[in-house]
Design a protein around this ligand. Structure first.
Ligand code: PLP
Length: 393
């Protein structure tokens, strides 16, 4: 059979037209599905995981997105959640029991870290070992008899450091340790962890998959066995389902995912190269740059690069940093990333409200650290905006 190409899967719903030939499927905005008669009801309940009974389980508007994302990621099945964090917490829960040990990397997404450290650890006696994840030996040394999960985020948050996914899987599989990866940075377009043997792949669909900054959602993709297991336990019981309308918005977004990612990548590389050569920039973290310390590993396991990067200004003078932020015209100040709009953010904005300057610096972050998300505006306009802002400091 001819291989289905990603662009075609994303933009085409197959030969079967939707009701009345509608080119866009309707939103199944209903909480339940009725059955024809008693026998039909019995048969429907025989396969609860696949049939439509109640929208907290399945819904056709949700299913169509799950199927497309499973297909382009090389997974057998997928489950959409109401947020990326819901997808993360359900996935981790599906791999641990009370007293388990988890290995993860230091720079995972903040709330995911908070979940491990301040929720699972004290509540369920779950032990967590943090490593940089740069050397496979660190993973090897961290394994304990009760290790049940290696939780990856590659590239990781803020510093965008990579883990060798294939090597981690090779280490984990024979020991029966599950591997889960937050693959949000790369999107399903640029990195395929399932093809490298990872058990569960997670995305915050709020980022590239949604891409329009109008949906909060998450997805977990994996084998049919693992996703069925997740469905009947963490998904259905904790109830973090997505609304049909939001799934329908994601379907709208999927049609352009590949071309959006290509544009994010093109502009991000141009911006990263501009910043790298700018005299007011101390250093830049972007896996697509040849100077990135793990560039070769990135080339081995990724086919492209997302639009999120971080850099450090040479100055730590808050007044100058504020001047830079406040004089940008295209980059708007805001959290999140992966949308059509370019964004800028500094950890100093929120962390300094909670931490002393010493505590802040103790986390390995400086006042000059800045994160930018490259949107879909014209590439030269974005470079010009940063050039003009940097001129003022
Ligand atoms: N993973 C990463 C890498 C993120 O940056 C985020 C959100 O910023 C999440 C997961 C959480 O996703 P959500 O905000 O959809 O819950």
């Amino acid at each position: 059979m001819k291989k289905e190409n990603i662009e075609t899967i994303l933009s085409h719903d197959g030969k079967k037209a939707h009701s009345k030939g509608a080119v866009v499927p309707p939103i199944y905005q209903n909480s339940l599905f009725t059955m024809k008669d008693w026998d039909d009801a019995e048969q429907t309940f025989d396969d609860r995981i696949n049939n439509y009974i109640y929208t907290r389980g399945n819904n056709p508007s949700v299913r169509i997105v799950e199927e497309k994302l499973a297909k382009i990621s090389g997974g057998e099945s997928a489950k959409l959640f109401g947020s990326g964090m819901a997808a993360i917490s359900a996935s981790i829960l599906s791999c641990i029991t009370s007293g388990s040990h988890i290995i993860t990397v230091k720079n995972i997404y903040g709330p995911a870290n908070n979940l491990l450290q301040n929720y699972f650890k004290p509540k369920f006696n779950v032990d967590v070992t943090y490593i940089s994840g740069i050397d496979i030996k660190e993973f090897e040394d961290a394994i304990q008899p009760n290790t049940s999960l290696i939780y990856l985020e590659s590239p990781s948050s803020v510093i965008l450091s990579l883990q060798d996914i294939e090597a981690v899987v090779k280490l984990a599989k024979p020991k029966g340790i599950k591997t889960v990866i937050d693959n949000t940075w790369s999107s399903p377009i640029f990195q395929k962890p399932l093809s490298l043997g990872v058990d569960l792949e997670i995305h915050s669909c709020t980022k590239y998959i949604g891409g329009h900054s109008d949906v909060v959602a998450g997805i977990v993709i994996g084998s049919k066995r693992d996703i069925d297991n997740l469905f009947t336990k963490e998904f259905e019981l904790l109830g973090a389902k997505i609304a049909p309308f939001e799934a329908w918005l994601l379907l709208r977004s999927l049609r352009t995912l590949k071309i959006r990612m290509d544009q994010h990548q093109k502009s991000a590389l141009a911006v990263a190269q501009f910043l790298e050569s700018h005299p007011k920039i101390e250093k830049i973290n972007y896996p697509g740059l040849k100077s990135f310390p793990q560039y070769e590993l990135g080339k081995k396991q990724m086919t492209g690069y997302g639009g999120l990067m971080s850099f450090q200004l040479k100055t730590f003078d808050l007044n100058k940093i504020k001047t830079f932020f406040n004089n940008l015209n295209l980059f708007q100040i805001g959290v999140s990333w992966g949308g059509h709009e370019s964004l800028i953010y500094a950890p100093a904005i929120s962390y300094l409200k909670e931490l002393s300057k010493e505590q802040f610096e103790g986390m390995g972050i400086s006042l000059g650290d800045i994160r930018i998300s490259i949107g879909l505006e014209n590439t030269e306009d974005l470079v010009d905006d940063l050039y003009n802002g940097l001129k003022l400091i």
